[in-house]
Design a protein around this ligand. Structure first.
Ligand SMILES: [Zn+2]
Length: 373
């Protein structure tokens, strides 16, 4: 009940905000992100490359619905302080009902993303050097990512088609099982002993092409099987340490299967993996920085990144479809996500060099390794 009320008031707030957003779009010079930043924080954000390893952009599977929508991705991305986001979508919501549907949704979304990128003057990372180039030119860029290998539908040749469309980061699993099954999802009872043969082959083909493998939503057995198979370092893009439960008991209970244990985090880091910390179970930037700190204390600064699981740019003219918007991850944020987080990381005792690793250095390192031939 409490949660419903909260959502309701948030929706009202966001509806009002979207009016302000329209005014802002008409007069971009008055942008909030430029004027109110602490120069010290601003300098750090300028010096280092920020990457969000898991940022949602789930688009309508119905082209007519998409036609009327506006996505202010370039502006939001610039305001966030990030150089890049792994721009992620899934095709299993609503649940898939027939063969071919996952592929159809996948292609429709990529077509729509092509349009959004064009309208926003943005491009996708196609080779690892593109990230560094964007950063050195003070530009923003996106890493095309998908959450769940549903689109493959057992036809491995589709991974190469997706690669040619710009896919460079693939999450094997999501909430709904793929057909054929990829393996054990962490929120389902285990029955595949980790990964299926299809799951194994998806990893091999992604390794061959140079697509970063993301093991979020995979059970511990599935992660450990993937470690045996993959010849490249991998990421678990959005999770948190299972000792950092925030203040909401019910939420913590719901999130528990999605969190990683200290033991498993160490196993994953030992094979060169990077773990992204999401904004769930963090009620403030400082909470978020503390959750990052807790994981760093277990695996070291070289194996932690940010993976917010928020939305950089939901349709600006359809506020009812809002999830958690990246730059508004916490109440009253006016600075842009990465600025706020850098500030909190400094307050939590991190040095600039460490913030550079967590902020984007670790992601770009394994991303380059995943793509190298
Ligand atoms: Zn997810």
């Amino acid at each position: 009940m409490h949660k419903i009320n909260q959502n309701h008031s948030r929706r009202i707030f966001l509806t009002r905000l979207s009016t302000a957003g329209i005014a802002l779009a008409l007069n971009p010079i008055s942008s909030w992100a430029v004027e109110e930043q602490d120069p010290k924080i601003k300098n750090i954000v300028t010096r280092i490359m920020g990457i969000d390893a898991h940022n949602h952009m789930d688009l309508p599977f119905n082209k007519a619905e998409f036609k009327g929508q506006k996505y202010e991705l370039a502006g939001e991305l610039k305001n966030s302080g990030f150089t890049a986001i792994a721009m992620t979508f899934c095709v299993d919501r609503p649940a898939l009902t027939k063969e071919g549907e996952a592929w159809e949704r996948f292609i429709t979304t990529l077509d729509e993303m092509d349009e959004i990128l064009k309208e926003n003057g943005l491009t996708r990372v196609l080779k690892a050097a593109d990230l560094k180039e964007a950063y050195s030119k003070n530009k923003q860029i996106v890493i095309q990512s998908v959450e769940g290998g549903h689109f493959i539908e057992g036809r491995l040749e589709r991974i190469e088609i997706a690669y040619k469309r710009g896919l460079r980061h693939i999450g094997l699993m999501h909430d709904g099982q793929s057909s054929p099954p990829m393996g054990d999802i962490y929120t389902d009872p285990p029955k595949y002993g980790g990964l299926t043969e299809f799951g194994v082959n998806t990893i091999k083909e992604s390794n061959r092409l140079g697509i970063l493998i993301d093991l979020a939503h995979c059970s511990t057995d599935a992660v450990n099987k993937a470690i045996e198979i993959s010849t490249r370092p991998m990421i678990i893009s959005h999770t948190g340490l299972n000792t950092q439960l925030g203040g909401d008991e019910q939420m913590a209970k719901m999130m528990m299967p999605r969190l990683i244990s200290k033991e498993q985090a160490k196993i994953f880091a030992a094979v060169g993996g990077v773990i992204g910390v999401w904004t769930h179970l963090a009620n403030s930037p400082l909470d978020y920085a503390r959750n990052i700190r807790a994981l760093v204390d277990i695996v070291g600064t070289e194996h932690v990144s940010m993976g917010t699981d928020t939305k950089m740019a939901p349709p600006s003219n359809a506020p009812d479809r809002f999830g958690k918007k990246t730059n508004l991850s916490w109440d009253n944020e006016k600075q842009g996500f990465f600025y706020v987080v850098v500030d909190a990381l400094l307050k939590t005792g991190f040095a600039e060099k460490e913030i550079e690793q967590i902020g984007g250095g670790n992601y770009s390192r394994i991303f380059a390794k995943a793509m190298s031939s």
